[in-house]
Design a protein around this ligand. Structure first.
Ligand SMILES: [Fe+2]
Length: 314
């Protein structure tokens, strides 16, 4: 099955204390702290690692950023797949092994990529029975009350590049990622072969080669909005507020992260498998279905099934 999801991301930051405070407020669990870094854990066994610039063995920064995520480590669930992926990568670039279960290399954008033999823990958000006119799922039963959000897993990471399609091609051709959807004049949504998340990685077309955001999956909309309110009470404000993407259906709430880029609370994202047929979406039409702030003009509706030519990511 090979790559199953995000195992860790590594930020480089000059302000560890701000990073600690933000990620604790976000709902992550601090498991280790030292002068050079802080490790946070999520319930699926993944990690968010904050490091200072002076930490040993830090990967080089991406071309156009001085902070933000500098390395993504992907979980690979069997030894044979790890060996096969590494052998395929080693054809045209160095692959550095740490023992027999972990290796690192750079993708075509210069981002440090790590593969590690690991099993992400299965997680299961609590059920969310919801009443609606004429449909009763909750009778004589209070809703669960949420005080804040607890991220359960990292659902996706996003990087930008002027050559987003070329960057995506590397992950499809060399690491087995699937194309979920394509945004015209935008980017490419990619799903790890062992994941059902609509996307685990999005390469967004932009002038800068840089980290953009990481998505944290939370249980439901109540959890998301309780988390948003909790963060707002602690001085963290979202520029866009609550919205729903048309591509992937995700409820989103982005917040600026002092360690770089945004952190996103996400819930109710589409789940896909290999039966999914990718679409090509108009850039603006696919981006946002609705947004708390509203928008002055609805975008032209543009969406079509992807062709073989589209999927070559030319
Ligand atoms: Fe996102």
């Amino acid at each position: 099955m090979a790559i199953t999801g995000i195992l860790s991301i590594t930020y480089v930051t000059n302000d560890l204390e701000a990073g600690r405070q933000f990620h604790e407020q976000l709902g992550l669990t601090l498991v280790h702290a030292s002068a050079h870094g802080i490790d946070f854990a999520l319930p699926d066994g993944s990690s968010v690692l904050l490091r200072t610039e002076g930490s040993p063995d830090l990967p080089a920064p991406l071309a156009d950023q001085d902070n933000g995520v500098r390395e993504v480590c992907w979980a690979v669930n069997d030894v044979a797949s790890l060996a096969a992926l590494a052998a395929g990568i080693a054809v045209d670039r160095p692959v550095c092994w740490s023992g027999e279960t972990e290796c690192a290399f750079h993708d075509d954008a210069g981002l440090s990529v790590r593969l590690r033999l690991a099993q992400l823990k299965p997680i299961s958000a609590e059920s969310d029975p919801t009443n609606a006119p004429g449909r009763v799922e909750r009778l004589n039963q209070l809703r669960r009350w949420y005080d804040r959000a607890i991220p359960l897993q990292m659902q996706h990471v996003v990087f930008s590049s002027p050559q987003a399609r070329a960057q995506a091609r590397f992950y499809v051709q060399r690491l087995g990622f699937r194309i979920s959807d394509i945004q015209e004049e935008g980017g490419v949504f990619l799903r790890a072969p062992g994941s059902v998340q609509h996307h685990n990685l999005y390469w967004q077309r932009a002038e800068m080669t840089a980290f953009r955001h990481v998505s944290y999956g939370v249980a439901n909309l109540d959890a998301l909005m309780a988390g948003a309110a909790y963060m707002a009470r602690h001085g963290v404000k979202s520029r866009l507020g609550l919205g729903r993407h048309r591509i992937s259906s995700t409820f989103f709430y982005y917040m600026p992260n002092p360690c770089g880029g945004d952190a996103e609370y996400s819930t109710d994202t589409d789940c896909l498998d290999d039966h999914w047929v990718p679409r090509v979406w108009g850039r603006v039409f696919g981006h946002i279905w609705w947004l708390a702030q509203g928008r002055e003009q609805e975008p032209e509706e543009r969406m079509r099934m992807a062709t073989e030519e589209d999927l070559k990511l030319l």
